[in-house]
Structure formats: C-alpha cells, structure tokens
Design a protein around this ligand. Structure first.
Ligand code: IPM
Ligand code: MG
Length: 368
C-alpha cells in the first residue's frame, strides 16, 4: 500500500530564503526516492517577491493554496529593496497575514545547543552546553494585532502613535495548553513570562495560566516578569524547559535565545493552528532567521535552520518521528565532521557554502 501523498506548499520568499529552500527541496526529493515519504510540492510567492510579481505581499490565491496543503514551508521575507513600500504592503505584512489567516496561534521555537557548536556561542561553554529549551510564543494575538492601532494627528497638531495589547481567556488558554502538552513530553516544567506588575492584559495571562496548570498536575508552573526572564536567559538558560509568552515578548526572547545556540542560522520554528474535527492542523515551518539580503545569492547562507524546520514538519505535521530523527542526526553528523558555513565557522573546520552544507547533510542522510 502506498501512503497518501503529503501536499507541501513551498514559499521561499526573499533573500537567502530561495537558496536555503533549494537545499530542503533536494532533501525532500531524496526522501521521495528513498521511499521514506511521498511529497507533492506546490510553490508560491510571499513577501517582497510577491510584491514584485503581484503588487502585494501575499495574494488570496497563494493563501488559498497554503490552506489546501497539509503543511507550508517558508524561507524568509523582507529586504531593503522594499523599504519604501507603504506600511500595509510591506513584506512583513504577508507573513503576519498568513499567520493570522491560517490561525497559526502557536509558535514553537526550540533553542537547542548542538554539542559541536557549544563554542560558537558568545556565552561561555558551561552556560550553554546541553541547552534544550522550547519557547512557545503566542502568534496571532496581543499587541501585534490588537485594535485600535494607528497614527493620528491631534487637534493641537501633535501626532499620536498607538497599539493595543489585548488577550482574551480562550487565546491564553489555548496557547497555555500547547505549552503544557509539550512540557509533558519534556522535563515537565513551564515558565510563563509576563509583565503582570504593570500590564492588566498580562495579569489575566498569569491567572489563566494558573487555571490551565490545574489540568496538568504533573507539570510545574512558574512565572517570570519579562525583564527578569531576559536576564535569566543569558545568566542561566539551562534552568528553563518550556517558556510560554505573548506575541511580542516571544519575538524578543526568541532572538535572545537564538544567540545561546551560536547562530540564528541554526534555529527552526513551527507555527501551528488548532486541530480540526478531521484531525487536520494548519502548520507553517520556517527558520527563525531573516532574509539576510547582504549575503543573499552568494551561496553563503547556512541552510541548517531551514533543514531543521523540515524535520519539525515531519514530526509535527506528519508524525514521521523516525524520519525526523534521521534528518536531525544527519545534521549532527555533519557538524561532527567539522563542516561549517561562515556563521558557525571555527578554527580547523571545513568551510562550505549553502549547497556544500546541503551535500554534506544528504550524504549523512543516505548513510544513516
Ligand atoms: C519573527 C519576525 C517577525 C515577527 C517579523 C518579520 C514580522 O521578527 O518571526 O520573529 O516580528 O514576528
Ligand atoms: Mg523576530
């Protein structure tokens, strides 16, 4: 019996998005040939490349294609070329729209230090070696989407810019449950990050997290204010297991956590929706890094975050844990061999480009 084809939408986006996506496509084709999976690939545009082609960062057609697929793989969006585009047409708006319209409320950003890269972090080896934390960021609410928002001119001629930080109980509870479910499969600790000493919306956040915790008696819940959390992340990151937080705090803390791992070029992410009655869940997988226009098109970018995003897709959308393990092990073996792109380069290592890194991972995948 042949398994149903897995429909995957590819959105390489801008800058290095194109070249890192190319490496992932090679791996998917290899998996197809090896009989590990059967993919049906569709491709579309998002961000600046969509602005250039269609005048907007995400078209209704592309969104509909995404919704018709089992999972979406995205590269990165943005670049100086679109600096002068009006705010509501910027490349980033395409990303925010796809998250919102696909209902991708849960953003999983694992920060994992590969043993081989412990030296690559700007922090001391003993602080980061063995680190394995999962940041769960709320992705479709909070200040990113709250109304009212805007820039207005006051009667006296002064201008006023404003945004609204708003969370409702269902929004908090559903992201809370994602965090607790993950903690159950990990070290059974959740740290909820808020600013409950100042912001009412996060007083509610804290109260609702306490309620969710009652359904998970085996999981220990603690709370931190975001300023303290950012300090603890660089002081002693290994105290954390799962961190759950609001959209904007998660944006900031995940960039911070990425540096613990040595390079932004190593971090994958998954953005997940709710599971419907038929068991389907909208999902988008993307590296945490951006489009890095300064190195785009030069075969310099590290494709590992994109490749690890594919591993997350195999795990979370397709229950293919064995294949995901095999791919992650191929990445580890590649690093053990001393193969490095520029961002994680170390003395004595072998420097490769984007495609060279893809070659090395494929070689280990085939051997594994
Ligand atoms: C991220 C990015 C985006 C965000 C930008 C590009 C809109 O920084 O995914 O972390 O703020 O969510
Ligand atoms: Mg960010």
């Amino acid at each position: 019996m042949t398994a149903k084809k897995k429909k995957v939408m590819l959105l390489p986006g801008d800058g290095i998005g194109q070249e890192v996506m190319a490496q992932v496509v090679r791996i998917m084709e290899w998996m197809d040939q090896a009989g590990m999976a059967s993919f049906e690939l569709m491709a579309g545009k998002i961000g600046g490349s969509s602005i250039d082609a269609f005048g907007e960062p995400l078209t209704d057609e592309t969104l509909a294609d995404c919704l018709s697929c089992d999972a979406v793989l995205m590269g990165a969006v943005g670049g100086p070329k679109w600096d002068d585009v009006p705010f509501d047409k910027k490349p980033e708006r395409g990303l925010l729209r796809i998250r919102k319209d696909m209902g991708l409320f849960a953003n999983l950003r694992p920060a994992l230090v590969f043993e081989e890269l412990a030296e690559a972090s700007t922090l001391k080896r003993e602080v980061v070696a063995g680190l394995d934390i999962m940041i769960v960021r709320e992705l479709t609410g909070g200040i990113y989407f709250g109304q009212p928002r805007g820039i207005e001119t006051l009667p006296n001629g002064d201008r006023k810019g404003f945004n609204t930080l708003v969370y409702t109980t269902p929004e908090i509870q559903r992201i809370g449950r994602v965090a607790f479910d993950l903690a159950m499969k990990r070290n059974k600790r959740v740290t909820s990050v808020d600013k409950a000493n100042v912001l009412e919306s996060t007083i509610l956040w804290r109260e609702e997290m306490e309620k969710v915790a009652k359904d998970y008696p085996g999981v220990e819940l603690s709370h931190l204010y975001v300023d303290n959390a950012s300090m603890q992340l660089v002081r002693n990151p290994k105290q954390f297991d799962v961190m759950v937080t609001t959209n904007m705090f998660g944006d900031i803390l995940s960039d911070c956590a990425s540096m613990l791992t040595g390079s932004l070029g190593m971090l994958p992410s998954a953005s997940l929706g709710a599971t419907d009655a038929a068991g389907h869940r909208n999902a988008l997988y993307e590296p945490v890094h951006g489009s890095a226009p300064d190195i785009a098109g030069k075969n310099l970018a590290n494709p590992l975050a994109m490749i690890l995003s594919l591993a997350m897709m195999l795990r979370y959308s397709f229950d293919m844990d064995a294949a995901a393990d095999r791919l992650e092990n191929a990445v580890k073996a590649t690093l053990s061999d001393g193969v490095r792109t520029g961002d994680i380069m170390q003395e004595g290592a072998t420097k490769v480009g984007t495609s060279g890194m893809g070659d090395a991972v494929l070689r280990h995948l085939a051997a594994g």
